[in-house]
Design a protein around this ligand. Structure first.
Ligand SMILES: Cc1cc2nc3c(=O)[nH]c(=O)nc-3n(C[C@H](O)[C@H](O)[C@H](O)COP(=O)(O)OP(=O)(O)OC[C@H]3O[C@@H](n4cnc5c(N)ncnc54)[C@H](O)[C@@H]3O)c2cc1C
Length: 288
């Protein structure tokens, strides 16, 4: 059932200060409207609980990709198309571009933003796994000031995150110097373009003398949150690379994840696919 449109307010804002001022004066009253690609689905289905929105789509303070010597910083309202077209990201953070290019189809990529993907907090979101393995940090701002925090640990439960009612996500920062890590991204879904992930995987590893010197593994759709498989990483760190390490890592991963049955898939299928994606990554590391 469609929503009753006159019950909703979408207000234009001049600048970031105005947004922060309003969030500060009336915390909980306002929600941000960026690309609207998640919000409009809820509106169309008559399931959008909030009524008052501030349109941040064109706010310059939330847009753009800045390259500094130590890091690349991405404005929260940067679209998937802008991510895909950025040469530095394509060269140094290919998993993020891959996630962007597999998020919806072109229309969604032109409108959907990376900040919206993070704040929507879906366990099936496709860009957070890539951001997690790049050790991304996010900048949360409010009228009281700004704080940077790692994306790792930002989500605490299904749709729960460390974002206060008067805060918004302003930027995402990726530390540079990771281009020599071997990296792999796979989204498993029913259809290539529009499908929500059944399982999403991002992995990267630093290899030295045939051993895994460091490794980061992140998954979507296999737990209430998008998460790093820290225990499996710990098991693999320091190991000599060979397909023989696959089974023990797969066992550990199965203990770490908690997939559910839903309309897209069964828990068993998701567990098996997650293990297969890990095996695929280990094989990729072995074949270099
Ligand atoms: C056809 C279709 C296909 C899709 N396919 C995929 C897919 O393959 N993979 C995938 O991951 N997603 C997919 N999505 C979901 C959606 O496109 C993404 O999650 C997108 O990144 C949301 O961004 P947005 O700017 O449109 O968010 P909006 O809808 O504007 O907002 C989403 C939520 O984030 C909040 N928000 C937005 N910006 C900020 C900010 N800066 N700070 C704090 N809160 C903020 C809003 O208040 C709202 O709660 C799809 C959606 C559609 C309609």
């Amino acid at each position: 059932m469609r929503a009753y449109l006159p019950a909703y307010h979408l207000e234009a804002v001049r600048d970031l200060n105005e947004v922060l001022g309003r969030l500060n004066r009336e915390p909980g009253r306002w929600k941000l409207f960026a690309g609207g690609t998640d919000l409009m689905v809820l509106l169309e289905a008559g399931k959008l609980p909030h009524r008052n929105f501030l349109n941040v789509w064109k706010l310059p303070e939330l847009r753009g990709i800045e390259v500094a010597p130590e890091s690349v910083t991405i404005g929260a309202a940067t679209t998937y198309t802008e991510l895909r077209n950025n040469e530095t990201l394509a060269r140094e953070f290919p998993l993020l571009c891959r996630a962007a290019s597999e998020t919806g189809a072109i229309a969604t990529q032109n409108r959907g933003t990376i900040g919206g993907n993070i704040a929507n907090a879906s366990p099936a979101a496709d860009s957070p796994p890539a951001l997690l393995v790049y050790d991304a940090e996010i900048e949360l701002v409010s009228a009281r000031g700004a704080r940077w925090r790692p994306l790792q640990g930002f989500y605490s439960g299904y749709k729960q995150m460390d974002l206060r009612p008067d805060e918004l996500i302003r930027r995402i920062r990726l530390p540079r110097g990771q281009e020599n890590w071997r990296a792999h991204y796979r989204k498993v879904g029913t259809r290539r373009a529009q499908a929500i992930s059944k399982v999403c995987f991002a992995g990267c590893a630093r290899v030295e003398n045939g051993r895994i010197a460091d490794i980061r593994l992140a998954f979507g759709s296999v737990a209430p949150i998008v998460f790093r498989a820290i225990e499996t990483e710990r098991l693999l760190r320091g190991e000599k690379i060979s397909p023989a390490i696959g089974p023990a890592a797969g066992e550990k991963l199965a203990q770490e994840i908690s997939p559910i049955d839903d309309m897209r898939s069964t828990a068993n299928y998701r567990r098996r696919v997650a293990q297969n994606l890990l095996t695929e990554f280990i094989e990729m590391l072995s074949s270099h």
